[in-house]
Structures are given as structure tokens and as C-alpha cells.
Design a protein around this ligand. Structure first.
Ligand code: PLP
Length: 448
């Protein structure tokens, strides 16, 4: 029998990522944390725009008016040849609340991938300028995602991208993922696990030869893919010490968890360390314009100045003026004490409601996260079907969009979502979880 091909109109001209999948919902407008679809639904978005970047939801008047007033002056002028005082203002905003010692900002392009790419290249350039040309290897952790450009993808070891391996850089060494919830041994404390995990880094440095390693690259906390896995105990302090001992740069990827999303401006503030480079993306403009940044140290600028006196990284739309003015307004809001306090209250609310509501449930494994980036981990038989049931029930019974995949449900609402809406959604989720779970059997869990 011939399959009925749905008429998708001029969407057929789009080369889509999943060409055979149905089209996603069409969005008419976004107001705060709510998406309004063309088919008349009003959905509260606990994915923050699917990519977790809509930290302030949609239609923020203050940001929109900043973009409009910039457009009246000019929309674009190349940052490669002209200076823009707004770009300097944004850099100052990123440095003002940065960990001590981070005092320079570069805007390498439109995406988090470019920020990672630029940090990697700058790390290597500093080595070359210092006469350490052999230091060209990067160490990173398995099962992370750092972006889609060539070097960033070389750090990414998720199975989906394995087929690109022949095209990826060879100078990358993988160590195991840092994940207390999955990898801790029975009765192993967070600090004991942190020490074991940090020793894996040190072992990799020694095996590679410290004189060949330029940087260790990692997310401060694991993001959407692994489900908001927080670092355990004093892990980052230990990593910082190891990097210092062997003269290795620490590049932190805060594209997902940075700039207020974790309840602190820089996620690594929770861990009390200063990295050498931090990549920022998504929350920099909270979806109001494509822009990313690398925050780093003036000592590297000095090295570059004394050497080739130029950074070998440039792109047409870097520091795009419209994205810059949007990001300035976003940063004033997301870095404010009120917003950080709100995000931390949101964390307490989500974590405590999920724990109290579900910790005795047979499927429950743990709840973890920072700020309004939280995950509930569970296990049962037919987990994929259970996830589909959860997502569908939340969407069609309560008009809530969230992501339930693999072993977890992620809760990543815009930071601006009210505590009232947050509490309502979590209460509905706990009820839905209990109801959907009746159709499934628990699975004997392994590890914690
Ligand atoms: C942790 C992390 N790093 C890097 C990236 C890449 O950012 P972009 O998609 O903006 O290139 C992402 C994107 O999801 C991310 O989550």
C-alpha cells in the first residue's frame, strides 16, 4: 500500500535534520515562559526553547527596545575594522562578576561551538608564542558535548557523532566522564570519588607526557545530554591543582550552565576556582541574538602581544551589534541579585518537590542540578515508552513542554519563570510520573 505523504507545503524546500519526521509545532508568539502555537495551544516551556537558552523567555520589552534603537543607528558593522563602545560595555559586564583573574573577553562568533574553538586555538597559540610547540594535545572527558565545529567536535565523543571520527583532530585524549551518580562505588563519598576522578586526569597527563598537553577542556557541570550532573565535592579544586602542577590550561565550557543559569554568574564560582578560559554562549544573549564569548586572562594577551601580536581567529559576524546590545540588557538582568536569588529559590523548590514527591518511588534514583537546571533520574523497564508517556501526558493534559529522555527528565525553564508556575508544573509532573508509572515495572538498578 502506498504511504500517504502529508502535504508539508513549502517546508519541502528545507533540507531538514530528520527528513522523515513530522514537522515540529509552529510557534506564533512567545510571551515570558509561554509558547503560543498556530494550532491554538498555550504551552509553558520547561525546555527554555529546546536548547535551554531562552533564559528570559520571550518578548522582553527592555531587550527588544535596545535592539530596535541599535537598528535605527546601524545593524551591522564589522568588529574586525571598527570599534563599538557597546561591545566594550558588554566585555566589562562579563568581567565584573568573573572569578578573580579573568579580565579579558573575546567575542569569537555566533555560537558556543566557536567559543570552544577559539579557546582551544588561543591556548595553543599561547604555547607557540612561549616556545612550547609540542603542547598541542587536549584532554577531555567522554560523553560530553562541546559543539559542532572541527576542534570542538573532536572533543565530543557521543555515539551519534562517531562516524565523523576520521575527520576529527587526533590530538585529543579522553578520560572517563565525571559523574558521581553513575560512577561512584558503593559507600564512596563525594570527595573520595572526586579524588579518584581527578587522578584519572593526572594519569592521562602523565601517560601523554605533560610537555605535550596544552589544556583540559570540560563542562563545569554536565548539561542536557547527561542531565545536569553537578561536580562532586572538591573535584574542581583538585583539577585546578593538577593543571597548575603540570602547567596545563583549564578551559571550562559554560555555554550551557554559565551566566546566571546555575544560580551564580559563573557556574565555577560554586567550586571556588579560576579557570584559564571560559566559553560562554547560549545565555549571553538568552536567544535574542547569536553571540558567544571567551573570557580569559590579560597575561595571555601579554604573551600574544610579545609574540605575533595578533589572534588568529576572526569571523564576519563576531560581536554583531544587534546581539551585543541584546546581550548587554540580558546580562544586566541575569546577573542582578534579584534574579540570582530567584534562580536559587527555583532550585530549592524544584529539587525539594521532586525529592519529597518521588524519592520513595520504585523508579527513583536521584535529583541533581544547580539553579533552574535540574534533572530527575529514574529507571524502569521500557524506559523509552515511559518517557514518551511522561512527555505526552505533560503536554496534552497540562500544556507543559519538557524533555524526558534516556534515564532522566530535565527541568530547564527560563530563569524568569515565576515560582508559582514552577511549583504548579512540578506538582503536575509528580502526579503524572506516579500515574504513568503504573503501566511499567521497576528495573533492578545498578550502582547508586
Ligand atoms: C556545553 C555545551 N557546549 C557547547 C555547545 C555548543 O553551542 P552551540 O550549539 O551554540 O554551538 C553546547 C550546545 O548545546 C553545549 O551545551
Amino acid at each position: 500500500m502506498l504511504m500517504q505523504i502529508p502535504d508539508i507545503g513549502n517546508f519541502k524546500y528545507l533540507l531538514r535534520r530528520f527528513p522523515s519526521d513530522p514537522l515540529g509545532p509552529r510557534i506564533k508568539k512567545i510571551r515570558g515562559s509561554h509558547l503560543y502555537t498556530h494550532s491554538g495551544e498555550k504551552l509553558i516551556d520547561f525546555t527554555a526553547g529546546y536548547s535551554a537558552c531562552l533564559a528570559l523567555g520571550g518578548s522582553n520589552r527592555r531587550i527588544e527596545s535596545a535592539i530596535k534603537s541599535q537598528m535605527r543607528k546601524y545593524s551591522f558593522i564589522s568588529a574586525l575594522a571598527f570599534s563599538n563602545s557597546k561591545t566594550a560595555e558588554l566585555a566589562e559586564l562579563l568581567v565584573r562578576n568573573a572569578p578573580t583573574g579573568l579580565d579579558r573577553v573575546m567575542f569569537p562568533g555566533c555560537s558556543g561551538s566557536e567559543a570552544i574553538e577559539a579557546a582551544m586555538r588561543m591556548s595553543y597559540q599561547v604555547r607557540v608564542e612561549q616556545g612550547q610547540v609540542s603542547r598541542s594535545t587536549f584532554i577531555t572527558r567522554s560523553n560530553a558535548y562541546h559543539g559542532i565545529t572541527a576542534s570542538a567536535l573532536s572533543l565530543t565523543s557521543t555515539p551519534v557523532y562517531e562516524f565523523f571520527r576520521p575527520l576529527q583532530a587526533k590530538n585529543v585524549v579522553f578520560i572517563p566522564q565525571h559523574n558521581y551518580f553513575e560512577k561512584a562505588e558503593v559507600n564512596e563519598s563525594e570527595n573520595e570519588y572526586a579524588a579518584r576522578s581527578a587522578r584519572e586526569l593526572e594519569a592521562a597527563i602523565i601517560a601523554t607526557g605533560p610537555e605535550k598537553v596544552t589544556a583540559f577542556v570540560a563542562e563545569t557541570m554536565l548539561g542536557q545530554l547527561q542531565g545536569n550532573v553537578t561536580p562532586s565535592g572538591n573535584y574542581w579544586m583538585l583539577v585546578r591543582e593538577i593543571c597548575d602542577r603540570y602547567g596545563i590550561h583549564l578551559i571550562l565550557d559554560e555555554v550551557y550552565c554559565g551566566l546566571g543559569r546555575s544560580g551564580k554568574v559563573y557556574c565555577c564560582e560554586w567550586d571556588g576556582i579560576t579557570p584559564d578560559f571560559v566559553a560562554q554562549g547560549k545565555q549571553l544573549s538568552a536567544g535574542y541574538g547569536p553571540i558567544s564569548a571567551v573570557v580569559t586572562k590579560s597575561e595571555f594577551e601579554e604573551v600574544i602581544k610579545a609574540g605575533k601580536n595578533r589572534i588568529f581567529f576572526a569571523s564576519t559576524y563576531e560581536a554583531h551589534p544587534l546581539a551585543v546590545v541584546a546581550a548587554i540588557e540580558v546580562q544586566k538582568i541575569v546577573q542582578s541579585d534579584e534574579m540570582l536569588e530567584h534562580v536559587n529559590s527555583g532550585n530549592t523548590l524544584i529539587m525539594s518537590h521532586l525529592t519529597e514527591g518521588l524519592e520513595k518511588h520504585a523508579f527513583f534514583k536521584n535529583v541533581r542540578g544547580r539553579g533552574m537546571l535540574v534533572s530527575l533520574e529514574y529507571d524502569c523497564l521500557d524506559r523509552d515508552l515511559f518517557n514518551q508517556d511522561l512527555e505526552r501526558s505533560m503536554r496534552y493534559e497540562y500544556s507543559v513542554l519538557l524533555s524526558a529522555n534516556y534515564h532522566r527528565t530535565n527541568f530547564t525553564p527560563p530563569s524568569s519563570t515565576s515560582l508559582r508556575d514552577t511549583e504548579r508544573v512540578i506538582t503536575q509532573y509528580v502526579e503524572t510520573f506516579r500515574k504513568c508509572s503504573l503501566k511499567y515495572s521497576p528495573k533492578k538498578s545498578v550502582g547508586l
